[in-house]
Write a protein that binds this ligand. Structure first.
Ligand code: UGA
Length: 445
């Protein structure tokens, strides 16, 4: 099949690479000329395990093309995917201007029956808006071409995007037209070889499903973070509670890891957008509002613990931070808990030494240039260099490389042997054996 994907961000590029890997001929379109030129040379705008290979190989084989021209991509195209950004408005709702602009342009260039798919996360009702603007473009051309609009939300996780796309739990297709469903089934057939993963429903149901999934997962995390806070006061170890409740199949082990808050471009944005939508409909979203509030508080937890231990004035203290990206496996810094923590430490007078395996370049842009000019924030090439002469180590992102550090060697180079474990990555007993004072999330050691 011939497909066109508009937008070469996370979702667009991963979708393009994976569809081409499964045999479709894919044209990826983006307005950013530099990005397109780079992609043709195999230079990717994001770090995502396994993606570079897929892009380079399929581009070489002619299955994956890159262009800035929507018009040329439209020749012989069966399905258009809209995968452009939907950044939050000031009031938290999703800004649809890019999605609708792309839809308008698609209406100007299609030349046969086409299926137009919303892949971006968009509020309920967006497919209707897309349909309207495409129709307006066709009317202006005096064209009576037929088209259908489908909602096919994406559930991939950053850091595991390629695998998630190639082996999805399910494929949601929201569509009111049997003709379009038939096409979508054909397109996704190679992804559903062992069992039929395609779930079809109405367009609005599919749009809502995407928000409900992310909000449910965010709720699980915020719930556990609240449990951790209560456990800490009660003298209970939340890690045992986590194992205990996760074993209940109705709850499950995933997304119940307490930590220093969820970040990224999806959970915070989508929870807020659903809160907005809900209020617009006259429904006060009590649960969602608490989920968002708990997460804001959770991002302050490490800073609060550090101040409890060292006092509010942190002048003269140096803290080593391991992990800056919002989670392992990505260089994405959006809404990362490390941003809140570092700003708080520097504001209280401290100096921060930081290390991240891949997000250091991205991180530079997240902080005030004065932090670097005044040496209040210094980035180091290795995790151990960042530790020298520091008063405490703060683990913020649980990259694999931090799992089994050489505690004994670390203790020797640090000023004080104190560890704040923002992801409960370490065994407190083992850490203490090496002479470290241990502070976790919801743990009592
Ligand atoms: C999330 C969803 O998991 C994807 O299914 C969805 O497609 C994507 O949003 C999206 O809407 O585009 P992502 O933001 O890449 O994916 O990252 P997650 O792996 O879900 O992690 C989100 C945050 O939750 C991270 O900050 C992570 O550290 C935190 N988290 C996750 C916890 O604090 N505890 C957990 O148990 C799990």
């Amino acid at each position: 099949m011939n497909i066109t994907i508009v937008g070469t961000g996370y979702v667009g590029l991963v979708s393009g690479a994976c569809f081409s890997e499964m045999g479709s001929t894919v044209t990826c379109v983006d307005v950013d000329e530099q990005k397109i030129e780079n992609l043709k040379k195999g230079i990717l705008p994001i770090y995502e395990p396994g993606l570079e290979n897929l892009v380079i190989e399929n581009h070489k084989e002619g299955l994956l093309r890159f262009t800035t021209s929507l018009e040329s991509a439209a020749q012989e195209c069966d399905v258009f995917f809209i995968a452009v950004g939907t950044p939050p408005d000031e009031d938290g709702s999703a800004d649809l201007q890019y999605v609708l602009q792309v839809a308008r342009n698609i209406g100007r260039v299609i030349n046969s029956y086409t299926v137009i798919v919303d892949k971006s996360t968009v509020p309920v009702g967006t497919a209707d808006k897309v349909k309207k603007v495409v129709q307006e473009s066709l009317d202006k051309r005096g064209s009576d071409l037929e088209f259908d609009v489908v909602s096919n939300p994406e559930f991939l996780k950053e850091g595991a995007a390629v695998n998630d796309f190639l082996s999805p739990d399910r494929i949601i297709v929201g569509c009111d037209s049997p003709r379009a469903i038939k096409l979508m089934k054909r397109l996704y057939a190679p992804f559903s070889r062992n069992r039929d993963k395609l779930i079809t429903m109405k367009v609005r149901d599919a749009e809502m499903t995407k928000y409900a999934v992310n909000s449910m997962l965010a709720t699980k995390i915020s719930f556990m973070n609240e449990m951790a806070t209560i456990c800490e006061r009660l003298g209970v170890d939340v890690e045992n509670v986590r194992k205990g409740i996760g074993s209940d199949q109705r709850i499950g082990y995933s997304f119940i890891y307490p930590g220093c808050g969820y970040g990224g471009s999806c959970f915070p944005k989508d929870v807020n957008a659903l809160i907005r939508t809900s209020r617009d409909m006259g429904v006060e979203p009590h649960v969602l509002a608490s989920v968002a509030r708990r997460n804001s508080l959770q991002k302050e937890v490490l800073g609060n613990k550090i101040k409890e231990r060292f006092g509010n004035d942190l002048c003269g203290k140096i803290f080593c931070i391991w992990g800056l990206s919002f989670k392992p496996g990505t260089d994405d810094m959006r809404e990362a808990p490390a941003i809140v923590l570092i700003n708080e430490l520097v504001a209280a007078g401290a100096t921060v030494h930081a290390y991240d395996p891949v997000a250091m370049t991205q991180a530079v842009g997240e902080f005030s240039p004065s932090f670097f000019q005044e040496n209040r924030l210094r980035l180091f090439k290795t995790p151990y260099d960042a530790l020298v002469d520091t008063d405490a180590l703060v683990l913020v992102t649980e990259w694999k490389t931090f799992r089994q550090p050489a505690f004994q060697a670390m203790a020797k180079v640090m000023r004080q042997q104190i560890l704040f474990d923002g992801r409960n990555l370490y065994d407190p007993g083992e850490v203490q054996e090496h002479g470290f004072e241990y502070h976790g999330i919801g743990r009592n050691f």
